[in-house]
Design a protein. Structure first.
Length: 472
């Protein structure tokens, strides 16, 4: 188009030169000179126009290529968008039917909250040293507890919990239960669980004040057994009762297994009164009726470890065992105390004399850092300590420090029944350092005093216990 315009302009100029008026003013020679100049200019313009045409053609090619690329990209983006639309939303994302939280441990649950799964566990790493007296007790270090488990909901009205202990490289059932929560007045729990008897026994080992539970608790209460438990409670009272068989790991002996019935109740007296704040005065009690089909044995170790320092040995011809427990505990600011008393009546058959054993403990603790031991009135037990200032190099927190002391007595002597298992007095002092609410270091010193009826007469070792504990 530009070239045609130039040629038309030159033609017009030539015609003008050839007109009579112009011819009169210019000679033929001058006209030839002008035409030569004009021809050179036209040639230069033609060359420039040709270059511009080449540039335009290149630009047109680039534009066409870009249009093709954009079209291909658009098709790819449309395909990706279609593919993404077909993928379910990520867990916890907008539109997902699953929630994933960390509060403080991972938990997966449905949006409606009816189904959930949450892993948990605990590790208690202990070291025990015996300053021996009459007998050589083996000092050691071991994993007192290494547990893994899972818990959650199975629909609107059911909860589950499964916990396995791998301590000492063995495998043992702990709590493995299914709980029905559809009744407003109470929960019904079936499976492997602790019977409802004993305050210290039913307080988690993560929350007890000394490394091991007291000797009378170990002698007269029981760990998990298969059974059915009914649990009710309010903010300041609790009531539980159930029927139980034996431990899930009990081998088939060819005999009927034991049957026990246990009941425990408690009330926080101060919780029923106005203006008492978070202070607690716990009163409680329980009864355990046991009907053994085999032999019966009561014993206690000096620190939850080592050999039995008092022991009745196994004795048969037992119709029933009735254990009665009384509880009192309190929390007043950073100071807490706790005590239980047990009486055990053994009814024997075939005209054999009945036997009676007893035991008690009393312990107290104080937080040097000002914390208060948490108490849950709905179950009548103590719970997790949460330091005001958890250990933190960045924030300068040191954690919570607690001093504790306990005295206990366990008497397995009944001369009238011909059973002399020995009597044990223990005095323990300890310190707990709660680095966080999930990490704790513990140290105990235990003075052991047995009588002349003990398996090793008058064996009085001193025991040093230390524990590193963490749970999740």
């Amino acid at each position: 188009m530009i070239r045609k315009t130039l040629l038309l302009t030159v033609g017009t100029f030539v015609v003008a030169l050839a007109s009579p008026a112009t011819a009169e003013q210019m000679t033929m020679e001058q006209m030839q000179q002008e035409l030569m100049k004009l021809s050179g200019q036209v040639q230069a313009l033609s060359t420039k126009v040709e270059r511009q045409d080449n540039v335009i053609r290149q630009q047109d090619s680039q534009i066409a290529a870009q249009k093709t690329e954009l079209q291909e990209q658009g098709e790819e983006q449309a395909a990706v968008a279609e593919m993404l639309a077909a993928i379910d939303p990520a867990a916890g994302g907008s539109g997902s039917n699953v929630k994933v939280t960390m509060n403080p441990m991972p938990k997966i649950e449905s949006v409606d909250g009816k189904y959930s799964f949450q892993p948990f566990g605990r590790v208690h790493l202990d070291a025990t040293h015996f300053d021996d007296d009459m007998k050589d007790h083996a000092s050691n270090a071991n994993f007192r507890r290494t547990r893994l488990g899972m818990k959650g909901k199975l629909g609107e009205d059911f909860k589950y919990k499964s916990e396995i202990d791998f301590a000492e490289e063995g495998v043992n059932f702990k709590e493995v239960t299914l709980t029905y929560t559809g009744i407003e007045a109470a929960d019904i729990k079936i499976g492997h669980q602790k019977p409802a008897f004993g305050m210290e026994q039913n307080t988690s080992s993560n929350y007890i004040q000394l490394v091991e539970r007291s000797a009378p608790t170990n002698a007269f209460t029981r760990d998990e057994e298969i059974g059915v438990n009914v649990l009710a409670g309010g903010s300041n009272w609790s009531l539980a009762g159930g029927v139980f068989n034996e431990d899930a790991g009990n081998d088939d002996t060819g005999e009927d297994e034991d049957i026990t019935m246990d009941v425990r109740g408690s009330v926080n007296v101060l919780g029923l009164m106005p203006n008492t704040g978070d202070n607690v005065l716990h009163l409680g009690g329980g009864i355990s009726h046991r009907y053994p089909t085999g032999s019966v044995r009561f014993s206690a170790k000096p620190a939850g470890d080592g050999d039995r320092v008092i022991d009745t040995g196994s004795f048969a011809s037992v119709d029933s065992v009735h254990v009665y427990g009384a509880e009192v505990a309190g929390v007043f600011g950073p100071v807490s105390f706790q005590s239980e008393y047990f009486i055990t009546d053994v009814s024997r058959a075939r005209g054999m004399p009945d036997a009676e054993f007893s035991g008690y403990y009393a312990q107290a603790g104080v937080f040097l850092t000002g914390e208060q031991r948490p108490y849950k009135g709905g179950i009548g037990n103590f719970s997790r300590v949460k330091p005001k200032n958890p250990l933190s190099r960045e924030n300068g927190g040191f954690g919570a420090v607690e001093l504790v002391a306990r005295h206990s007595n366990t008497d397995l002597n009944d001369a009238s029944a011909g059973i002399l298992g020995g009597e044990l007095d223990q005095t323990s002092v300890g310190i707990n350092w709660h680095l966080t609410d999930r990490v704790r270091l513990m140290g105990n010193v235990i003075d052991v005093n047995t009588d002349s009826n003990a398996p090793v007469a008058d064996d009085d070792p001193t025991v040093y216990n230390a524990r590193a504990q963490w749970d999740f």
